[in-house]
Design a protein around this ligand. Structure first.
Ligand code: ADP
Length: 485
């Protein structure tokens, strides 16, 4: 059945290259399906290297005029884009839920969250300040200016089909860079709808290009083409490493938002009800499919049993169903392979002695639905401890003291988000400083906002997105040394 949209033109199924909506050279397409029921939503072009090279050339050609605009002119266009996105919030949410599966309420929230990056960077466009530095000799003066880096390639994942695009494109455009975007193949429709609105907002042709299709062919061209000066990627650590290697050949600047293995620590002095609410928000949002989802719940001895009981009670009440169906809180997993991975991880943990406190199997709804699950008695040898679960499974670990909690929390190659619940102010400082993570939620399970820097350390990535720091990834610093004064 057709999606109920107020503006059917937002369901665009062609790609945008140099201001033209086009199909693949070969005519080939890929299918976009609804994970809630497997139905086919659309066919989008299966583009490859040749189309990517053309989009990059178009972006490069559009660059001089775009960077020559005043910051205010670019800001005004971005502001119009923000307004159009918010005016289309309901349609964009419907499209997102259809292709991604998240509950409609979460999709609406993501559209607003995504739009916030456009608004924020429209404002930041005007504040790309440089520096003057006291000269090192009497006849010399030093000035630092910031300039747009050039053509930006963006590769984005399916878990946030809208916000991962705006979080990259808005700062790029604000800084004066053109972009070529490859959205995830599971969720291209949200990206194309955003591009329709960008065009209506007055983003000139060639400044935003969107290519759907073969990840390796499009990614191969993006990473090897010398005209691309910057690659910004959100996705798995595994693919991030491949892309970093590929970018080495032309020494591109890169931003990498990669996987996480977030610890969620509850200390004896925590407000347990707040900790349970935070754990539900952090763990089960988007059916556990976010890179900042709690991946390991470390609970101190004294409150372990009470926390586990309260959590099980709350998890038992989560309503599972299709995202477009009214009061759903848990949608399906994105696809069969995601489901298989979750089943495998739970099987491995149970095989090694973990206990299922709640859930633990495919949901009766069938398809890719999985029951919200809690595992107790989990140990570091189990795969759930080392790997990103990306599903609605909360493994509970027991610890005795603060030092052990910090050691367990840091015992991973990842370092994106961490959370902890405690009330002792000394402990709050010690633990905050001890966690090797880019983001720490303290008595808080939801940490994403456009005003704060999002990003990880260790193998979770390079660079920060959002906030005043986010635009820095899209500029080059140039130092002017003036002599003979
Ligand atoms: P996830 O596990 O979240 O799907 P991936 O890292 O596999 O994350 O995918 C994130 C994005 O990277 C998607 O847009 C995907 O199509 C793209 N991608 C996957 N493999 C490659 C590749 N070899 N080159 C470029 N992009 C890729």
């Amino acid at each position: 059945a057709a999606l109920p949209l107020n503006d059917p033109a937002l369901l665009e199924t062609r790609c945008l290259i140099d201001g033209a909506w086009v199909g693949a050279d070969s005519g080939a397409t890929i299918e976009v399906t609804n994970p809630a029921d497997g139905s086919v939503l659309a066919q989008v072009p299966k583009m490859g290297a040749a189309e990517t090279a053309r989009a990059i050339a178009a972006a490069d050609a559009a660059w001089p005029a775009w960077r020559a605009k005043t910051a205010k002119e670019r800001a005004n266009i971005l502001r119009r884009w923000f307004d159009l996105v918010m005016a289309a919030q309901e349609d964009l949410a419907t499209i997102m839920t259809a292709e991604q599966g998240k509950p409609l309420a979460e999709a609406r929230g993501e559209v607003a969250y995504g739009a916030n990056f456009i608004e924020w960077f429209a404002e930041e466009a005007k504040r790309l300040y440089g520096d003057t530095i006291p000269g090192h000799a009497p006849d010399k003066r030093i000035v630092v200016i910031k300039q747009p880096i050039g053509v930006v390639a963006a590769i984005t994942p399916w878990n946030f089909p809208n916000a991962m695009i705006t979080r990259k494109c808005a700062p790029a455009l604000a800084a004066g860079c053109p972009v070529v975007i490859k959205p995830a193949s599971q969720t291209p429709l949200s990206a194309l709808a955003l591009a329709v609105l960008a065009e209506r907002a007055g983003v000139p042709k060639g400044v935003i290009n969107v290519l759907t299709g073969s990840a390796s062919a499009i990614g191969g061209e993006m990473t090897s083409n010398p005209t691309v000066r910057k690659l910004t990627f959100t996705g798995s650590t595994e693919i991030g490493k491949v892309l970093l290697e590929q970018c080495a050949g032309t020494v591109k600047k890169t931003s990498m938002e990669l996987g996480g293995n977030a610890p969620f620590i509850v200390f004896d002095d925590a407000d347990l009800d707040a900790a349970v609410a935070g754990a539900i928000a952090s763990k089960y949002r988007n059916t556990g499919q976010t890179c900042v989802c709690a991946n390991r719940l470390l609970i101190q001895d004294g409150v372990y049993d009470a926390f586990a009981a309260k959590l099980a009670q709350a998890v038992g009440q989560l309503k599972v169903g299709p995202g477009l169906g009214g009061d759903t809180q848990q949608g399906p997993l994105i696809d069969e392979s995601a489901l298989a991975k979750v089943e495998e991880l739970v099987g491995d943990a149970v095989g090694k002695g973990a206990k299922v406190a709640c859930g633990g199997q495919r949901h009766a709804l069938g398809g890719t639905f999985y029951e919200p699950t809690i595992l107790t008695g989990v140990t570091p040898e189990m795969r759930v401890s080392r790997e990103e679960i990306f599903g609605p499974v909360a493994p509970l670990y027991r610890f005795t003291d603060e030092a052990e909690a910090i050691r367990l929390a840091n015992d991973t190659e990842f370092g994106l988000a961490a959370y902890f619940y405690a009330r002792d102010v000394g402990r709050v400082w010690r633990v905050s400083e001890g966690l090797e993570y880019g983001i720490v939620g303290i008595n808080e399970g939801i940490i994403s906002t456009e005003v704060a820097p999002f990003g990880g350390v260790k193998e979770s990535g390079i660079g920060r997105e959002g906030s005043k720091y986010g635009i820095e990834d899209f500029v080059e610093i140039k130092y002017l040394c003036m002599g003979g004064i």
